[in-house]
Design a protein. Structure first.
Length: 419
């Protein structure tokens, strides 16, 4: 039996290929059950995200070709075309790959945490579909353990690497907790929406969304229990905001020094944190000269992000060491499974022998033999039966000069240590 991780991701396949190979959430249970019905697939789980589609499976000595053909057939993609974008990992390399994916080391954004939740979803779907066995279940458990250790023992997730996240992180450095603060978001595009999500996740008290299109501003604001205003209403509400994040496509600045100066006076000099992500800029550069205003531009944030990326890469090296150790743990667990099987078989044989002899002893007592004699016979016969095969093999090993087997037997049976 071999463990296989097979798939495509953002590094190996263009977006149109990834789209063709993606599984909708409603498809996953039926798909993974169909996959384990393919000979020789014994266990399987499917991970499908916007950046990757991966199949984790245990197959019976036939390599990855049956899994590749099933994936291509399921989505109507020629396996030969699919093979151009494919990566395949087997055995311990497959284990290492899954651990790296769960830890965010194989993500588009190094160290991003969302992938762990997606791995857990894949695991729960496979478990509900009853397509997990002992081997694949163990790999997932180690993936969860490894990802947690990477998060707690390294700084891989501590530094922001997106503009929106960096902006919110800087706001938290200035204000600490955000649950008593308000934010004004200018624009309603992807970056502003992401900033809104980070602010909401940080417990911001309230958000105001200003946008040229009132409907879009309202849609975004209602997602986060905020309210929407038009761009021309900003001067009337600016003093309410402790945090201002702006990202529009306006050709000229939306906020001038005079408007911010008035807002600061109404705020009684309480500090205001402002981030201008737009290019061209939404906030006049002169605003940075005002006391009690902390103005950052996209260039300032890019410097933060670059430094944080370097920090994450250093943390990734430590994470790789954690993963190496976990692969060794998996190897040891796998070896222990052979020992568990042998122990179970040996115990079952001894148990059968004991039951057979106990039944004979009962018949002997029923036929009138004295109980003491029967007990002596049972102890003597059971001892001989249990020791016959091991002692025969050790005697044979001695005649054949197999010293290593004798030494292993002494270690296994804890013999030969007496003075």
């Amino acid at each position: 039996m071999s463990l296989i991780a097979l798939g495509v991701n953002h590094k190996t396949a263009p977006v149109d290929t990834r789209e063709r190979l993606a599984f909708a959430p409603g498809q996953l249970t039926e798909a993974v059950q169909q996959l384990v019905g393919v000979d020789p697939v014994a266990e399987a789980a499917i991970l499908s995200t916007c950046n990757r589609t991966e199949i984790y499976s245990r197959v019976d000595g036939a390599g990855f070709q049956p899994v590749l053909e099933w994936l291509g057939g399921y989505h109507g993609v020629d396996p030969r075309e699919l093979a151009r974008h494919l990566y395949v990992h087997e055995g311990e390399d497959a284990v290492r790959h899954i651990l790296r994916v769960a830890s965010g080391l194989d993500s588009l954004v190094l160290g991003e945490p969302q992938i762990l939740g997606q791995i857990k979803d894949a695991y729960n779907t496979a478990r509900s579909a009853q397509t997990l066995g002992r081997r694949l279940n163990q790999v997932f458990q180690q993936a969860f353990t490894t990802a947690k250790r990477v998060r707690t023992d390294t700084a891989i997730g501590a530094s922001p690497v997106s503009v929106a996240f960096a902006a919110v992180s800087l706001a938290k450095q200035i204000f600490g907790e955000l649950d008593s603060h308000k934010a004004l978001l200018i624009g309603a595009g992807e970056t502003i929406e992401l900033a809104a999500r980070h602010l909401a996740g940080s417990g911001i008290q309230q958000m105001i969304v200003a946008n040229r299109t009132a409907e879009r501003a309202h849609d975004l604001a209602t997602q986060f229990d905020g309210y929407a205003i038009a761009l021309e209403e900003i001067p009337s509400h600016l003093h309410e905001a402790d945090i201002v994040i702006s990202s529009t496509a306006a050709p000229l600045p939306i906020l001038g020094k005079g408007a911010v100066e008035k807002a600061i006076r109404r705020r009684k000099r309480r500090p205001m944190f402002m981030v201008d992500i737009a290019v061209p800029r939404d906030i006049e550069p002169q605003v940075a000269r005002l006391d009690d205003v902390y103005l950052y531009t996209v260039d300032d944030l890019e410097e933060v992000i670059e430094e944080n990326l370097r920090s994450r890469k250093e943390a990734a090296n430590k994470a790789e060491e954690i993963i190496d150790n976990q692969v060794v743990h998996y190897r040891e667990w796998l070896r222990s499974q052979d020992a568990v099987r042998l122990i179970r078989e040996y115990r079952e044989r001894a148990h059968r022998t004991g039951e057979e002899l106990t039944e004979r002893a009962r018949r002997m007592i029923a036929n009138g033999q004295p109980a003491d004699e029967v007990l002596e016979w049972l102890a003597h016969t059971l001892t001989n039966k249990l020791l016959h095969q091991p002692t025969t093999q050790m005697r044979l090993a001695g005649r054949q000069g197999r010293e290593s087997l004798i030494q292993h037997a002494c270690e296994l049976l804890d013999l030969g240590n007496e003075d």
